[in-house]
Design a protein around this ligand. Sequence first.
Ligand code: DAH
Length: 341
Amino acid sequence: MLNELEVLAKTARTELEQLDSGAALDHWNSKYIGRKGELTQMLRRVSELPKEERPVFGQRANELKRELETAYTAKEAAVKAAELEQSMAESGLDVTLPGRPASPGRLHPSTQTLRRIYRIWAEMGFQVYRSRDVETDEMNFQLLNFPPHHPAREMQDTFYTTNPDVLLRTHTSPGQIRVMRDYCPEPIRVILPGMCYRHEQITARSEIQFHQVEGLAVGRGIRMSDLKGTLINFTSRLYGQGRPVRFRASHFPFTEPSAEMDVQCFLCNGQGCRMCKYTGWLEILGCGMVHPNVLRNGGYDPNIFSGFAFGMGPERITILGHGIEDIRLFWGNDLRFLEQF
Ligand code: DAH
């Protein structure tokens, strides 16, 4: 029987060497070393032997079985590699590779900030009004109290088209005129978000395109205290209850009086740091009471109606919130920046 065993193992080994497909390997496995394989069966027949021969036989049978198992594993790997090589040569497609995961993508940091701003103003009853990026000189400047050659135009150089007086808007404020003409004589509570453009040197602090979110409320009896209360409410929703704010007198041609609003620096809590340039305050928006000329240009009688307006920059809000050092990162399309949000 020991002899029989040796012969069987030899046959099995020879057969194994000649195999060249996964299917044939499976067949070989069950024929010899599987649960009902010939070698396995023979191992069970150990009881037929006289007692004194059993240990020798058992030991040899186990040895051979292990040898065949090792040979099988090696052969299996070799056959798989050969099959893969052949399929690559035939089609150039490795069907055994795992698929590449699809990247789900994410929202641009400016879009995330814009959506936070929309949500807050929506909660406060302000609708979104979309206005065009391509404007006329009249809308962008003249109807907002910037006559030709007015010095305030200096700060807002833009891109002109070949069509005289057609330009890319420098701010979202011309939307004020459009929404007033659209809604007059109804009261208004809107925000006007969108892209603005300025012909500037691109640096870490200034870009030629950026977002603004304009706000406008027009109605009867709207006062400066409404402007202040509404904007304080907005900042406490954006930056948390109790964050101190201050209004500083300023000048915009389309509002009178005009102000800029600062929040206490949330990095140093007013102590003074690099972000707030050691002032303890961060400027976040411009605002004011709508100028009577602007109300009139929108179709409202300034003796009956009044209103307030404001304008803020979502990129600036994002920069301050995340300590971003360079505004060019926003439109640089660098995934190393974008994937951090
Ligand atoms: N349009 C101004 C700018 O681009 C921002 C602004 C200031 C808008 C005050 C307003 C406002 O509506 O009341 O610099």
